[in-house]
Design a protein around this ligand. Structure first.
Ligand SMILES: NC(=O)c1ccc[n+]([C@@H]2O[C@H](COP(=O)([O-])OP(=O)(O)OC[C@H]3O[C@@H](n4cnc5c(N)ncnc54)[C@H](OP(=O)(O)O)[C@@H]3O)[C@@H](O)[C@H]2O)c1
Length: 289
């Protein structure tokens, strides 16, 4: 894949989030970095003002409301950020005839309870308000902005700027070190995905002009329990790990038992799959401060 960027200006919305931070690193100062204090994606006036002022040739929307359990109590907030904001963005990008890359989630699936990885052609069915808000956002982008890349991913971990914004890897490391014992669900299958690897693949994707819906994660599969074992082994954390069921964990929001995404379509366009998840997490842990 030719890694030379075209001369267009790339706007990154959500630039201080986990994925947004990796885009900033890759574009190395050549992108328009738009943080939450510079744009409010639930406010159409704010979106139009920022796009008019910055005049990008492509927009990346890495902003989202990601509080899966809290979304059950405030679905209106989740919908405002994850569905109506992307709708306004899609209309704005379509009006300017520029592409929009929008990120979605494995949580658009789960209702049909199955073992095989989901493909782009499978019918979604979310289990909770967060997944439903992400699905609505996808549909708005796909139906309103002809030049769209809508990409579903799973279990992202990266290096966000915001204080207090953890991810599974950082949280489980902290709990393991503090408590010496963690309880982790062993009946949810997933592919933890490095935000750094995903950003690299997405930068390749937006140069293809192969618009459409894609699944993109690191390669392979695991459970949160086995993922924790791998993390503790690499990071030398001396803690016991108790395997529990989703029911025992008792989260407010229901989550898919199978979050596996078939990434063959993206691999065809990008001429290969993303690296295996265990390589990705080993690299991530080596680079953690
Ligand atoms: N994290 C995961 O495990 C996961 C899994 C599957 C898919 N995804 C999807 O992947 C994408 C990137 O996720 P991420 O983990 O990088 O997210 P993140 O770290 O939570 O970053 C999201 C960014 O969006 C900003 N933001 C939130 N509300 C906003 C609003 N109303 N207007 C403007 N900006 C707003 C946040 O700013 P503040 O922090 O200042 O509010 C933050 O910088 C999202 O679409 C997410 O749904 C994530």
């Amino acid at each position: 894949m030719d890694r030379m960027f075209k001369s267009y200006e790339v706007a990154i919305i959500g630039a201080s989030g986990q994925l947004g931070s990796e885009f900033r690193r890759l574009f190395d100062g050549r992108a328009i970095e738009i943080r939450h204090d510079q744009i409010e994606i639930t406010d159409p006036t704010s979106i139009h003002a920022v796009l008019s002022a910055t005049g990008p040739s492509i927009v990346i929307n890495a902003a989202a409301y990601n509080w899966v359990d809290k979304a059950e109590y405030e679905p209106d907030v989740a919908f405002a950020v994850n569905a109506l904001g992307p709708r306004t963005l899609a209309l704005a990008c379509a009006g300017r005839e520029i592409p929009l890359l929008h990120i979605s989630s494995d949580y658009v699936f789960g209702l049909d309870a199955r073992d095989a990885p989901y493909s782009e052609t499978d019918t979604p069915g979310p289990l909770g308000a967060y997944g439903l808000s992400k699905l609505a956002g996808e549909y708005f982008v796909r139906s309103l902005c002809p030049q769209h890349y809508v990409v579903r991913t799973c279990g992202l971990y990266g290096h966000a700027e915001a204080v207090g914004k953890g991810n599974f890897v950082k949280t489980i490391l902290r709990l393991g070190r503090e408590r010496g014992h963690v309880r982790v669900v062993d009946d949810q299958y997933c592919t933890p995905t490095s935000a750094a690897d995903l950003a690299e693949a997405l930068v390749d994707l937006i140069q293809t002009e192969a618009f459409g819906l894609y699944h993109l994660t690191n390669r392979g599969q695991t459970t949160w329990y086995d993922f924790t074992r791998e993390i503790f082994e690499i990071a030398n954390v001396n803690a016991t790990i108790e395997a529990i069921s989703t029911a025992e964990f008792g989260a407010k929001a229901r989550r898919p038992a199978n979050s596996l995404l078939n990434c063959d379509k993206a691999a065809g366009v990008l001429h290969g799959h993303m690296p295996p998840w265990h390589d990705a997490v080993a690299r991530y842990l080596r680079n953690l401060p």
